[in-house]
Design a protein around this ligand. Structure first.
Ligand code: NAP
Length: 332
């Protein structure tokens, strides 16, 4: 095995100019870690946010510089630490929320690693895990969506949103969705949304589609541009799930607004708190993989990018033209 590897790193936070392509030593592993030879990394908004320093004061996602970017990957176990049980070299695995996947190898806490069923290809695994686990906890545990519930999912062609639409519809919920183009709306309908509309006047449209009542749950990844109108789309005592802020953070909420909107509940959940141990991760991932293998869930790999082209993928995410989930090809 080689002693060095390629890695895409940052030493400081900032714009794209801080991203460095380097040759560095292959990491050693602690007794509770595994060394993964990465074949694909998931490419996420979180990687851009990491570069920009949005997690610099985060306790949930304590990422400090210098660091290797990327926190989702799929590959093959190369070595296991002395205390690791149930995992072995040669096993195909995926994981997320462990930084350093934009590299040939990564040392990963064993509890985060999920063995892959034979039917799940490595690029699909790299595209599926982070948003699959996220959609799973948002639909099942936070939104508690099921028969006789209605939800409104923003940015409906986004990677997380597409999975949520399918999971919510499969559980019998009525899914309303917003998106910015007709092409993206068609994707949302294919995934199972029964009403898809543009952002203009979406609260009014959501109320019209629910006989004036409003939806039980809004799932909002956009943030400031949609936050206040989302409150107006929600039924009395309903739930506002602010799970992302691709359009900018909400910084000025007064709790009285939740009261005025009809005693609305507001939550800003994070996957870390819903994937807190190996059993929870494997249970959620098992559900996602079962749905994929049974043909009940579709996850589009929106593009496979060469290692050198990672910033092209970041730019496409930011330009809002990506439909589905991009992955970075590492092993060739
Ligand atoms: N809380 C959690 O546990 C958790 C977990 C995973 C991801 N997230 C967050 O959820 C958000 C979405 O992630 P994702 O992977 O699903 O995203 P994605 O696939 O890249 O989708 C983003 C979509 O957001 C819409 N959008 C609206 N305003 C935008 C803007 N200013 N820039 C870019 N896109 C914009 C676009 O759809 P339209 O053109 O249709 O509007 C775009 O397709 C991110 O903020 C991510 O960090 C949170």
């Amino acid at each position: 095995m080689a002693q060095t590897m390629r890695a895409i790193q940052i030493d400081t936070y900032g714009d794209e100019s801080v991203v460095k392509f380097r040759t560095v030593p292959i990491p050693g592993i602690a007794t509770d870690e595994v060394l993964v030879r990465l074949h694909y990394a998931g490419i996420n908004f979180m990687d851009i946010h990491t570069r920009q320093g949005k997690y610099r004061t985060s306790r949930t996602y304590a990422v400090s510089v210098p660091t290797t970017l990327g926190m989702e990957g799929a590959g093959v176990i190369e070595a296991v630490g002395a205390k690791v049980e149930g995992l072995r070299p040669g096993q195909r695995v995926a994981y997320c929320l462990s930084w350093g996947t934009y590299a040939d190898y990564a040392a990963v806490p064993a509890w985060r690693v999920v063995p892959l069923p034979d039917g799940i290809a490595l690029p699909l695994a790299a595209a599926a895990l982070f948003q699959g686990l996220t959609a799973h906890y948002l639909v099942h545990d936070v939104g508690r969506l099921g028969p006789s519930t209605t939800c409104l999912i923003h940015a409906a062609s986004g990677a997380t949103a597409q999975i949520m639409i399918q999971m919510a519809a499969a559980r019998g919920a009525t899914v309303l969705a917003t998106t910015s183009t007709e092409e993206k709306a068609a994707v949302a309908r294919t995934r199972g949304a029964s009403h898809v509309f543009p952002y203009a006047d979406f609260a009014e449209r959501a109320r019209a589609a629910t006989q004036g009542r409003g939806v039980d749950v809004v799932l909002d990844a956009i943030g400031a541009p949609t936050f206040r109108e989302s409150l107006r789309a929600i039924a009395r005592k309903g739930l506002m799930v602010a799970y992302g802020s691709v359009g900018g953070s909400v910084r000025d909420i007064d709790p009285i607004e939740l009261g005025e909107a009809g005693s609305i509940f507001l939550v800003r959940p994070r996957l870390a708190d819903y994937s807190e141990d190996a059993a929870t991760i494997r249970r959620r991932a098992g559900d996602v993989f079962d749905l994929l293998e049974d043909g009940k869930l579709t996850i589009d790999v929106a593009g496979v990018y060469d290692f050198a082209d990672v910033l092209t993928a970041h730019r496409r995410l930011e330009s809002r033209t990506m439909v589905g989930k991009p992955v970075l090809q590492i092993a060739v």
